[in-house]
Each structure stands twice: as structure tokens, then as C-alpha cells.
Design a protein around this ligand. Structure first.
Ligand code: FEO
Length: 170
């Protein structure tokens, strides 16, 4: 149904999405240690979304009889010197994921794999939203994070985030 190159890229995307979940759990873990439970909540929910993304790639491959091979997930633990560090790493990571999705799209386009392109459309849009969210978080932290009251309010705001299942159903 698709090329070996597209299949391999789809397969490696599963690992990248699970790694994203793992990385965001490391951020959540850091914020718990800082007593910032709202930030931790925000990244835990982000991790749930990343797990959903991984499962969507896996389901798409299985629906199309493309073999799935799971492999080890890289160690996500990082050292953070400030509350801003995870936020900046998060944006950098989302840009990396966007580039990865774009590379699959390009490979699918080359072999006229319209079905995969259509599947990826949802992710192209999702990546735009994720980059915006990560960037907004950095801006808010820049504005309010240096003052303890501002940081408290921001933590409260992020603590209100609730998980919702992805809108893409396969
Ligand atoms: Fe699934 Fe945030 O990339």
C-alpha cells in the first residue's frame, strides 16, 4: 500500500511520540519536585496526548497492513537549571517533531501515497497548535514567572488543564 521508506518513517514516528510522552513526564517530575503541581499537571496531560499520537500511528499502520516494530525508548531524563528550561526544551522538541512529520509527508507525496498524506493532515495541524502552545507558555513565563505571585497564578492556570481524547478517530 505504501513504500518501504514511508513505512519505516511511520514506524519510527511511533517511537518518537512515545519518547515525547516520556520527555514530558520528566518535565512533570521536575515541576513536582519544585512544588509546581499545575505545571506538572500540564505536562502530564501533554504526555497523555503524546501517547495517543503514538497509538494513532500504530493503529493507522495496522489498519493498512503495515508491519509495526516497537523499539526501546531513549532515556528522557534531563538536568534543568530553571523553571524556564523545560518550557524551552518543549518548544525545541515540538519543532523537531514537526520536522519529522513533514519528512513523512514529503516521502508519502513522492510516491503518491494520498492515504498517508490525508492521515498526516491532522498531525500537521496538531503540530501547529502544539508549537503555539509551547511558545505561549514561554511568553507567559517570561512575563509572570519571575514574580512569586505571578508564578503562583500561572501554576493555578496550568493546573486547570484537563485531558481530552484526540479528535482524530481511525
Ligand atoms: Fe505528538 Fe507533540 O508531538
Amino acid at each position: 500500500m505504501t513504500s518501504e521508506k514511508v513505512s519505516a518513517l511511520l514506524n519510527s514516528q511511533i517511537n518518537k511520540e512515545f519518547f515525547s510522552a516520556y520527555l514530558y513526564l520528566d518535565f512533570a517530575n521536575y515541576f513536582m519536585d519544585q512544588g509546581l503541581e499545575g505545571f506538572a499537571n500540564w505536562y502530564k496531560i501533554q504526555a497523555q496526548e503524546e501517547r495517543d499520537h503514538a497509538l494513532l500511528f500504530m493503529q493507522y499502520m495496522q489498519n493498512n497492513n503495515v508491519k509495526v516494530t516497537l523499539s526501546g525508548i531513549e532515556d528522557p531524563s534531563r538536568s534543568y537549571t530553571s523553571n524556564m528550561d523545560p518550557l524551552k526544551m518543549g518548544l525545541e522538541h515540538e519543532i523537531f517533531v514537526t520536522n519529522s512529520i513533514n519528512a513523512i509527508y514529503e516521502a508519502a507525496f513522492e510516491v503518491k501515497d494520498y492515504r498517508t498524506m490525508q492521515f498526516l493532515d491532522w498531525f500537521v495541524k496538531e503540530q501547529g497548535e502544539e508549537e503555539t502552545n509551547a511558545d505561549n507558555l514561554i511568553k507567559k513565563m517570561d512575563l509572570f514567572g519571575n514574580d512569586s505571585k505571578g508564578l503562583y497564578m500561572l501554576d493555578q492556570e496550568l493546573g486547570a488543564r484537563v485531558y481530552s481524547a484526540p479528535s482524530l478517530v481511525l
